[in-house]
Design a protein around this ligand. Structure first.
Ligand SMILES: Cc1cc2nc3c(=O)[nH]c(=O)nc-3n(C[C@H](O)[C@H](O)[C@H](O)COP(=O)(O)OP(=O)(O)OC[C@H]3O[C@@H](n4cnc5c(N)ncnc54)[C@H](O)[C@@H]3O)c2cc1C
Ligand code: SF4
Length: 564
């Protein structure tokens, strides 16, 4: 009989954090078993890159099962996952997006990849709110460079305050700005606001076996040629190629088992197809199941030594839940009506963005909100689906008039999305629901969420600035702007949830040290957004990967030295 291969490390989750950890470990010769709750997924055979919306039911429009459209890569996921409910505290609005598939949410994220800057790692030192990270930008900068170079990120070094440059030669050339982006840039420049090439984990030159973007398909469907980063076309096949990675899919982990020596002995999971409970012994356990699920597994792992959950002597597991502050506004730009048609697809997502630009005003006390926000925005001739981006302006009806109006308005709309920093507060946390269980019998999370004046004032600033931008573009300035309270996206809606097991310097107020290593259980590491100490306005995934790389280097070093 063939002996069971020995696995030094069990990694839970195959998304951004788990994928990076498995890649670095297996390259270092460490045997890894990855447990993934979702099904196997092969982007090479399953990605409908060149299908047209016309071929899909409802012209490809989103439905409850496929919120981002018929062809979106999400498998068995969304705001609601069948058989895997969650609950909310009274008065709390929180939505939890999950993807039950190999590669997790990396298969269909928007790939916006902005580095955190020096201010973002020391926010409390600047304004007295929240906590500082136990690391500095300088600690993470080399890992940002390495991650961007490995993953492939387009963008430009603009040398802006708190928006650090990448190392020489790291970034791929950004795609050209589209016409709507150029007009936004002109209006922004008039107002003294920078508008520069965005940074996205999309390659514009060939890299290893992956091909450069060919500007013809929607990245949210997944990218079979590997130009848009996802772990299923990169970290996972690369790690498998070392011969050191075993992946078990449909494996729903629910508990970490502890030994009497205070170390993790291994993990329990449910084999989803058979319903069987299985135990895997492990020398090291890495949790990378995403911020919510990592906290859930820790809180559900109770024993005599850890009655409140494994690694939770600080009481901080599940606390400090944060998401990006989000609001949006759109407008019709008459100058864009009946534009000559041409291919404006580009790399599908944003080519340009507006980084936060008001640090001097903030330092001078001229703003009524802390921290910052950036704009993601665009417009143009995207593939038509159920509408042309503004049915509201069309007279409707049938025949020649309808066609004439559809042609007139197609491509004449712009949209602006705010992506801002949220300050952690005591009302935002996740706990185990005392009653509700999922279909596997595992207790589920109950989310509590409340914004404060910090976030609402930031939304008001975004609204005021956007109205002026639209006005300067000669656009139809919206007159029905909702109040910030109504405009702000509910918790989880921007899908950047982080912070549920934050890192820190003090075991009394944080869950892990600066390397994502549990203060309480030294062979337990966290490698996803759970360890974020704050939620800068910069989208989190690049930082999740850079931290996971740094943390894994530390882990390998410890293993080599025999400390673990
Ligand atoms: C539509 C969309 C757009 C986005 N756009 C951006 C963007 O532009 N920029 C950005 O930075 N971020 C973006 N994000 C967020 C980004 O996808 C996440 O930050 C990132 O994927 C988090 O990585 P992760 O490894 O923590 O989690 P995930 O990628 O979610 O991976 C976690 C994996 O763990 C598995 N898992 C969960 N529970 C268990 C369990 N109990 N047992 C075993 N396995 C388990 C899951 O099935 C999943 O495969 C977007 C997300 C979505 C959905
Ligand atoms: S637009 Fe480019 S990066 Fe996006 S899916 Fe198509 S080829 Fe891939």
């Amino acid at each position: 009989m063939q002996a069971e291969p020995e696995h030094d490390v069990v990694v839970i989750g195959s998304g951004a954090g788990g994928g990076m950890a498995a890649y670095v470990l297996t390259k270092a010769g460490v045997k890894v078993l990855m447990l993934e709750a979702g099904r196997n997924y092969d982007p090479l055979t399953e990605t409908p890159m060149l299908h047209t919306n016309h071929q899909a039911p409802l012209r490809g429009a989103g439905t409850k099962d496929k919120v981002f459209g018929y062809y979106d890569a999400t498998v068995d996921g969304g705001w609601e996952v069948p058989g895997e409910p969650y609950s909310r505290g009274e008065g709390s609005e929180f939505y939890w997006y999950r993807s039950r598939m190999l590669g997790g949410r990396t298969n269909h994220w928007a790939r916006n990849s902005f580095r955190m800057g020096p201010y973002d790692f020391k926010p409390r030192s600047r304004d007295g709110l929240g906590v500082d990270w136990p690391v500095t930008y300088e600690d993470i900068a080399p890992y940002y460079d390495k991650t961007e170079a490995l993953v492939g990120v387009y963008g430009r070094n603009d040398g802006l305050e708190n928006h650090p440059n990448s190392g020489p030669g790291v970034l791929h050339d950004p795609p050209k700005a589209r016409i709507p982006e150029l007009l936004i840039q002109a209006a922004a420049t008039d107002m003294g606001i920078p508008c520069v090439p965005a940074r996205r984990a999309v390659m514009t030159r060939d890299l290893d076996q992956r091909k450069a973007c060919y500007y013809a398909s929607a990245c949210g469907r997944g990218c079979a040629i590997g130009a848009a980063f996802q772990t299923t076309t990169s970290f996972l096949p690369w790690a498998r190629a070392t011969g050191n990675l075993t992946i078990t899919t449909d494996a729903m982990v629910h508990e970490i088992e502890m030994g009497e020596d205070g170390k993790a002995k291994g993990v329990w999971y449910i084999e989803k197809k058979s319903g069987e409970h299985k135990f895997v012994p492990a020398r090291i356990v890495i949790l990378a199941a995403s911020a919510g699920e990592t906290a859930r597994i820790m809180l559900n792992s109770k024993n005599a030594q850890a009655p409140d959950g494994v690694g939770n002597s600080s009481g901080q597991v599940g606390r400090n839940l944060m998401d990006t502050v989000g609001a949006s506004m759109g407008a019709r730009i008459p100058a864009f009506e009946n534009r000559p048609r041409y291919n404006e697809d580009g790399a599908m997502g944003i080519h340009m963005y507006i980084p936060f630009w008001l640090y001097p005003e903030q330092a001078a006390g001229k703003l009524d909100f802390p921290r910052g926000y950036h704009y993601e925005m665009g417009g143009g001739f995207s593939q038509p689906d159920m509408g042309v981006g503004g049915y509201g302006d069309m007279a409707g009806g049938y025949g020649a008039k309808l066609k004439e109006e559809a042609r007139r308005y197609y491509g004449s709309y712009v949209w602006f999305a705010q992506r801002g920093e949220m300050i952690p507060n005591e009302h935002c946390y996740a706990e185990i629901d005392p009653e509700l269980k999922d279909n596997y019998g595992i207790p589920v999370l109950k989310f509590h969420y409340k914004h404060t004046e910090h976030e609402l004032n930031q939304v008001a600033h975004f609204q005021k600035t956007t109205l002026e931008l639209i006005d300067r573009m000669g656009g139809e300035v919206p007159t029905n702007v909702p109040s910030p309270k109504d405009a702000i996206a509910p918790g989880g809606w921007i899908i950047h949830e982080v912070g549920t097991a934050r890192m820190g310097d003090d075991p009394g107020s944080s869950v892990t040290n600066e390397f994502g290593q549990s203060w309480d259980v030294d062979n337990l590491f966290l490698m996803d957004g759970a360890i974020f100490a704050s939620k800068a306005h910069k989208n989190p995934t690049l930082t999740i990967m850079a931290l996971a790389w740094r943390n894994t280097d530390y882990l390998v070093e410890q293993m080599q030295q025999g400390a673990l």
